[in-house]
Design a protein around this ligand. Structure first.
Ligand SMILES: [Zn+2]
Length: 213
């Protein structure tokens, strides 16, 4: 089993982590939350000899998906995955806040996913974990074989996502983190939508908003 490589670029004025994942020695790539600047993403992937096969969206805030439609045109046969319940944000520029920056933007998901669904791209495999709270249909993507979690804006390095946007819910966010994410092994690497990477074990001890130790 070859190793999963997780790389990222920081794009957009909200400094989003746009992750791209591929197996060592393989060319098929997954992009998570392509924030903006599709041309930069395209050039980066091409330079590395990677072919984009799938886009995974963690949730429907504009800063996580405004390069999706362009990337779908640039690469052939890209499948877009997002939480089924998140279409209320993804398909509504007021709900996803793209209207606030004067660039109304909507995305249609190819494959709406729900809790427990498995996504396979090349030899990469991940499981969908529904984590409502930051938004109603937000999900995390768990690459179990590789001990990797892509956490979107649910769990950050020593912080958590805000819950004051439409469909946010502080109680649900706490439940998502403590009842779902903290059940993953401590050595799981956590890659959030903004800021530094962390691990489940670190957050259980040091997260001031969701500490259970
Ligand atoms: Zn967000």
């Amino acid at each position: 089993m070859s190793k999963l490589i997780v790389e990222h670029m920081v794009l957009g004025r909200l400094e989003n982590n746009c992750y791209y994942l591929h197996k060592e020695g393989e060319t098929e790539a997954i992009m998570v939350d392509p924030s903006t600047k599709a041309n930069v993403i395209y050039d980066t992937l091409k330079e590395k000899g990677l072919t984009l096969k799938a886009i995974l969206i963690t949730h429907g805030h504009f800063d996580h998906f405004m390069a999706v439609n362009e990337l779908k045109e640039m690469f052939e046969g890209v499948t877009v995955y997002a939480g089924a319940k998140e279409s209320v944000l993804l398909e509504d520029p007021s709900m996803n806040h793209s209207i606030l920056i004067g660039k109304p933007y909507v995305v249609k998901t190819d494959v709406p996913v729900k809790d427990g669904d498995e996504i396979t791209v090349g030899s990469m495999k991940c499981k969908v974990i529904e984590t409502p709270g930051h938004s109603v249909g937000g999900v995390c993507y768990y690459f179990e074989e590789d001990d990797v979690l892509i956490s979107g804006d649910t769990l950050f390095f020593e912080s958590v996502g805000r819950t004051d946007f439409p469909t946010g819910n502080a109680g649900e966010l706490r439940m998502s983190i403590t009842e779902k994410l903290y059940k993953l092994p401590d050595n799981t690497s956590v890659y959030p939508g903004h800021g530094d990477a962390t691990s489940i074990g670190h957050e259980k001890v040091y997260n001031p908003f969701c500490c259970i130790v």
